[in-house]
Design a binder for this molecule. Structure first.
Ligand code: GUN
Length: 285
């Protein structure tokens, strides 16, 4: 049987409709709108495009979004002062500083300055610590979205062998933690892993977050595996492709996520979910 496609696009649409209705309901009860602020420094084209996507998604479901676009030459002090000001603004629920930042601004310092209660990305060290301690916290969007996708397809995680390829702080490490929280047996692979193919072939659930186009080939996958492709790679012809050889997997995998239309839309949907979660905890009595 060919692999079933887990569409992040369709799932996102359903989740966003539900969230839009929730926002309408709160509005009709007289509550203010949820509010997300995004800070974008400089003019990195990929970042600009991601930020526009986030703005559009907020608009779609009735979340107020404010995009603060700052010049490349903005100083670290100016960014930190802005973050501090937003932290104190009770009418702002979520704050996201788009990465990467220009070289003269310390990403660590900026992330450390964001209030942990407004940290919709779940990047603040205290939220990271809470995630790894199993405490309630804001969870990073891509990993959380992946778990939502697996659950939406009724894929059993408990007791399964999960292999994560990639060890970034944004995806690899947190998704491994969330899979572990769901009782998977988790292996994290990276560029120094020996016998990568053999390790990947053990996976019941494989998460590819390497950032190399079509890196995961069909001989690296076990028959019936669930394949989650986090990669967003732009090819020379301008097309997007994932970290997985998608077409070759269709006869081997049991489930697969497409690129585009898979994990990407779910990352943004989870950002909306996190913003709403903060809003509800703060505003709804
Ligand atoms: N740049 C690439 N991905 C992300 C993300 O998830 N959050 C932020 N803030 N910046 C990013």
């Amino acid at each position: 049987m060919p692999a079933q496609v887990i569409s992040g696009k369709i799932l996102s649409k359903e989740m966003r409709e539900k969230m839009a209705n929730e926002v309408l309901e709160y509005q009709s009860k007289g509550y203010r709108l949820p509010h997300l602020v995004v800070i974008l420094v400089g003019d990195n084209p990929a970042s600009k495009s991601y930020v526009s996507g986030k703005e559009k998604a907020c608009m779609e479901i009735g979340i107020k979004s404010t995009i603060i676009r700052l010049e490349e030459s903005t100083t670290e002090e100016e960014v930190l002062a802005l973050v501090n000001k937003i932290n104190l603004d009770d009418d702002i629920d979520g704050l996201l500083v788009q990465l990467p930042l220009p070289k003269h601004i310390s990403e660590d310092k900026v992330i450390n300055t964001i209030s942990i209660d407004k940290d919709v990305d779940g990047f603040h060290p205290l939220n990271v610590a809470k995630l790894h301690l199993g405490e309630e916290c804001l969870k990073p969007c891509t990993p959380k979205g992946i778990i939502t996708m697996l659950k939406s397809a009724n894929i059993e995680i408990s007791g399964k062998e999960a292999v994560v390829v990639g060890r970034s702080n944004i995806v690899g490490k947190p998704v491994a933690q969330l899979l572990l929280d769901n009782n998977a047996t988790v292996t994290i692979c990276h560029s120094r892993t020996k016998d990568l193919k053999e390790v990947c072939r053990r996976a019941d659930i494989l998460v590819a977050a390497i950032g190399k186009p079509r890196f995961i080939t069909s001989d690296m996958i076990k028959e019936g595996a669930v394949v989650i492709d986090v990669g967003v790679n732009r090819l020379e012809n301008g097309k997007l492709c994932g970290d997985v050889c998608y077409d070759d997997m269709l006869d081997i995998a049991s489930y697969i996520t497409p690129v585009p239309g898979g994990v990407g839309p779910m990352t943004i949907t989870t950002l909306l979910e996190n913003t709403l979660e903060i809003y509800k905890a703060k505003v709804i009595k």
